[in-house]
Structure formats: structure tokens, C-alpha cells
Design a protein around this ligand. Structure first.
Ligand code: CS2
Ligand code: MN
Length: 358
């Protein structure tokens, strides 16, 4: 596996590339042009500038997370073809600059959803929290809360421009059920995957977070069966997964090590995160240590290791420690994610040793 770290770019992240260089074993930076809203053109000069900067610090820039998909594509509006043309243009430009994997999601309207960004924990840290009962009707209030918590940082998938038009967006999605959303995803894949094959760029869809429908919007990448269906929409190995344990984890029915073992050859990017699920279905993000939550991180890593996983991996969210929430973007502080990297290497290196590989 190749360890990576998500970085939001100069001036848009409290963490610098020089900080990241001091975390053992991180080879690559997962990046994006975070000021771009879905459907906007990515200029080649901008791409080249970021890739150069990342490489100048000794990292690879192989993974982009995310190139967001415009809602018109998800809804299947006539304008979708124009937006897919722009998407293809971005794939080609990224390929030219050496990008190997593009992470994206196909969630209607919202990206990951939490009801509290800084839920206090008994040890004084705080973390992203989801209270099930509050995600039922007032989407606007939730969006406002998330944007407020993000302060001056951009929040991928929560662009203020889009959030300002929530009524309109909900209206456009009113006839979109799981099946239609899946058809629209298939249409999108049919157009982009041949280009990905030509350009050698792997697409890696991110699961829905949380793994159930919210505010009546359908969600189609949230269980083993959904993943299987998704992979069958297009058989190319270029149609693959970002397997995020934190997104699948809140549904305790999801056997994540089993999912890794079954689909490992289509997993291009692994997100590792642990969550603790409460009896009422609420959940909180916890440290990467298996014992702290419901995701058996050891078993997940072992499933990758047993299958000689060569893809990219990163710690996903972390808790906010030692007061860093005053400065960092929600879920993306330095300390807990750095612990996550070391926990993963601890497990991985001992698995290597057992196999006599190090
Ligand atoms: C990420 C997602 O922060 C996160 O949970 O894993 O926001 C992810 O970047 C997107 O869903 C991918 O498009
Ligand atoms: Mn993730």
C-alpha cells in the first residue's frame, strides 16, 4: 500500500506540506482544486502548479479527491452531457500531469453529513458527531450549521452557492429514486470510463456517508449489495472504489473486512476511519484504534494485507486534539490523523514481519 494524506492546499489548510513531511511513511498528497464547484473547468496551469508544489516537497500527487459531479448529471437533466464533457476534460488534464486515481461521490446534494462538528468528549477532545433524529426534515438548518462550523475553510460538497439553492435542488431531485440515480450513474460511467482506460486514470467512487438515505434523498453506495451492483454497472477495472470504513461503519450490518476481501481488486483507494455507534443509531468518530469504536481496523488492514493491496490509503477524519479545532478544518486536524497513520503502519509492519517480508 501507498500511504497518503489529504491536504486542502496552500492557504486552505492549517497543515503545511512541511508538517506532513514529518509524518513517517507518507508518500503522497491527496489534493484537489478546492475552490472549484462541480461543473467548473479546471485550468491546466492551476493543476500543474499544485502538482509541482507537491512534488517539490518529495511527495507524489497521484490521487485527486475530489472532482465533484454536477447535480445535473445525478438528476439526468439534458444539460448533463455538457457537464460530462467538462468532467472528461478534467480527467484528461489530470492524466497529463500524472494523476492515477480520481475519488468522487454520487450522493445527491450533500457530501458527508454530521449534526455536530465539535462534539465534546470525556477526555477533552472533540469530534464529528451524527445524531440520527435531527437528520429528518430541516436540511437548511443543518447546512447552515455545517457552514458556520467550517468558518473560512471551504467544505467540499457544501459550497455556499449550492446551499443557497437548496429548495430548488430538492425540487429537482423529487422524482429521483434509487433506480433512477443508478441509471444516471451508469450513463455517466459509460461516457467517462473509456476515456479513463485511454488515459490510465482509475475512478474510485466514495461510499455514501452516512450509509442510509437522508432527507428523503436516495443513496446507492452504502452496503455490500450496493457496491456489487455498482461494480456491475461497468465491468472495467477503471470503474472502482474508494473504500471508506468510516462511511460504511455506522451501519453495523456492513461487514467491512468481508467487503475488502470480496472487492479488493476494484479498490483503488482505501480510507481508514473508526466510528463508535450508539444503540439509538447515533455515531461519533473516534481514534483509529479498533478498540475505540465499532470498526475492526486490524481486520480491515489484514484483509488488505492478505490480498497484497498495492493501492493508495489514507487516514480519513480524525478527532480534534489539544485545542486544534480553533484552527483546523473539521475532521482534518493534524494529530489524530498522524496517530492514524502510525496505527496503520503498526498493524501493517507487523503483518509484514509475520509474513517474513521485513
Ligand atoms: C471524505 C469525503 O471527508 C470525507 O469524508 O472522505 O468528503 C469524500 O472526499 C467525498 O465524498 C468524495 O467525493
Ligand atoms: Mn472517506
Amino acid at each position: 500500500m501507498k500511504m497518503t494524506w489529504r491536504w486542502y492546499g496552500e492557504g486552505n489548510d492549517s497543515i503545511t506540506l512541511d508538517h506532513i513531511r514529518q509524518i513517517p511513511g507518507v508518500e503522497g498528497i491527496v489534493w484537489s482544486l478546492h475552490d472549484k464547484v462541480a461543473g467548473e473547468i479546471w485550468e491546466e496551469e492551476r493543476i500543474s502548479e499544485v502538482v509541482k508544489l507537491i512534488k517539490s516537497k518529495g511527495f507524489n500527487a497521484d490521487v485527486v479527491e475530489s472532482v465533484n459531479v454536477h447535480d445535473d448529471i445525478k438528476i439526468g437533466l439534458p444539460s448533463r452531457d455538457d457537464y460530462i464533457d467538462i468532467y472528461i476534460d478534467t480527467i484528461r488534464k489530470l492524466a497529463k500531469h500524472g494523476v492515477k486515481v480520481i475519488c468522487y461521490n454520487f450522493m445527491p446534494i450533500f457530501d458527508w453529513t454530521r449534526t455536530s462538528l465539535y462534539e465534546e468528549q470525556a477526555d477533552g477532545s472533540n469530534a464529528l458527531f451524527y445524531e440520527k433524529k435531527s437528520v429528518t426534515h430541516d436540511a437548511k438548518a443543518m447546512a447552515a450549521k455545517i457552514l458556520e462550523g467550517a468558518g473560512d475553510f471551504t467544505m467540499p460538497g457544501w459550497e455556499p452557492e449550492r446551499m443557497a439553492k437548496l429548495d430548488e435542488l430538492f425540487d429537482l431531485y423529487k422524482d429521483i429514486d434509487e433506480e433512477k440515480l443508478q441509471d444516471n450513474l451508469k450513463y455517466f460511467l459509460e461516457r467517462i470510463i473509456p476515456i479513463c482506460e485511454e488515459e490510465d486514470v482509475k475512478m474510485a467512487i466514495h461510499p455514501d456517508d452516512p450509509p442510509w438515505p437522508i432527507f428523503g434523498l436516495p443513496r446507492i453506495i452504502r452496503s455490500r449489495d450496493h457496491i456489487k451492483k455498482f461494480l456491475e454497472l461497468n465491468d472495467s477495472p477503471y470503474n472502482g472504489l474508494t473504500l471508506c470504513t468510516g462511511s460504511l461503519g455506522p451501519n453495523l450490518q456492513n461487514d467491512i473486512p468481508g467487503i475488502v476481501r470480496e472487492f479488493h481488486d476494484r479498490i483503488h483507494f482505501a480510507h481508514i476511519r473508526n466510528v463508535k455507534v450508539f444503540d439509538n443509531g447515533d455515531f461519533i468518530e473516534v481514534s483509529h484504534r479498533g478498540k475505540d469504536g465499532n470498526v475492526d481496523v486490524y481486520e480491515v488492514l489484514k484483509a488488505y494485507h492478505d490480498n497484497e493491496f498495492k493501492g493508495y490509503i489514507r487516514p480519513d477524519h480524525g478527532r480534534h486534539l489539544w485545542g486544534e479545532e480553533k484552527n483546523c478544518r473539521p475532521g482534518y486536524g493534524l494529530y489524530d490523523r498522524a496517530f492514524g497513520v502510525m496505527y496503520m503502519f503498526g498493524v501493517w509492519d507487523s503483518l509484514d514481519k509475520r509474513k517474513g517480508e521485513c
